[in-house]
Write a protein that binds this ligand. Structure first.
Ligand SMILES: NC(=O)c1ccc[n+]([C@@H]2O[C@H](COP(=O)([O-])OP(=O)(O)OC[C@H]3O[C@@H](n4cnc5c(N)ncnc54)[C@H](OP(=O)(O)O)[C@@H]3O)[C@@H](O)[C@H]2O)c1
Length: 240
């Protein structure tokens, strides 16, 4: 399998590169020119296409011939970075390719997520500070995901909880809606977020799903498993 990782030099991106190599995949990584050095540990094992991830020509070149694309969507700046990245991937990936995008719990596919006061406060603050400093544009990340949801591609949007570093605990569990009890712990190891993204490439149950994930060893995930609940709620009723 040949996969393109858009945003390969970031923390999540580098974990995804490693997981993809571990599976024997051929990897093409896209990252900003200034960040190419962060991929030195993978030198000779991956192809790097330097450039902005919202540069359509860069993405067109990078995704050529790829069976899957893993795209990190980040709300940086006020230049429609997320929408530019998502749209370029949607437009240039080959028809039928698996497209897996990352974002956070704050993205809602159907408006049925239930957010704690703390999460609402954090989102309001991020939006306010982002506007003021022009460093962040949360609404652009929301628009990027809306376009993915509306596309007729084989997409998955993986919604990450709060993240922490540390060794892998295994594949995170997921649910369709933030607020579901299994997600209550709101914590995932970043290395496992990456694992879920890479695993999604070959899990057709996740096509046209926006799983909200949480670490499989967190108290809420363990309690749900102890209840006899399904760790991965792969029973699909809401699809494309
Ligand atoms: N951080 C969290 O707690 C959290 C929680 C839930 C979900 N998520 C989601 O996880 C994904 C990655 O999060 P992460 O925290 O692990 O970050 P990350 O992997 O470090 O990714 C950051 C990405 O943004 C790029 N970037 C940084 N500054 C930039 C700028 N000014 N302009 C353009 N690109 C820039 C980085 O590229 P360079 O290498 O070139 O700098 C990198 O590709 C995102 O989709 C995010 O929504 C994060």
């Amino acid at each position: 399998m040949k996969v393109c990782i858009v945003g390969a030099s970031g923390k999540l991106g580098r974990y995804m590169v490693q997981h993809a190599l571990d599976r024997g995949y051929e990897v093409v990584g896209v990252c900003r020119e200034r960040s190419v050095g962060k991929l030195d540990p993978f030198e000779g094992r991956i192809t790097v296409v330097p450039g902005a991830t919202n540069d359509r020509e860069v993405i067109k070149k990078a995704v050529a011939g790829c069976d899957g694309v893993l795209a990190v969507l980040v709300p940086w700046g006020v230049q429609q970075y997320s929408t530019g990245t998502a749209q370029a991937v949607l437009d240039h990936a080959r028809p039928g390719a698996r497209l897996v995008f990352s974002c956070g719990w704050h993205i809602s596919r159907d408006g049925l997520d239930s957010y704690s006061r703390r999460l609402k406060r954090i989102e309001r603050a991020a939006r306010w500070i982002g506007r003021l400093t022009r460093l962040l544009d949360i609404d652009d990340q929301i628009e990027a995901c809306r376009r993915v949801f509306a596309s007729d591609t084989r997409w998955t949007v993986v919604r990450g909880s709060d993240l922490e570093e540390g060794p892998s605990q295994g594949l995170p569990v997921w649910s369709r809606h933030v607020g579901d009890p299994i997600l209550e712990s709101n914590l995932t190891r970043r290395v496992d977020f990456a694992l879920f993204m890479v695993e999604a490439l070959v899990n057709d149950e996740l096509i046209c799903e926006a799983p909200a994930i949480v670490g499989c060893r967190t108290p809420s995930a363990v309690a749900h498993a102890a209840d006899g609940g399904a760790a991965a709620l792969g029973v699909s009723s809401q699809r494309c």
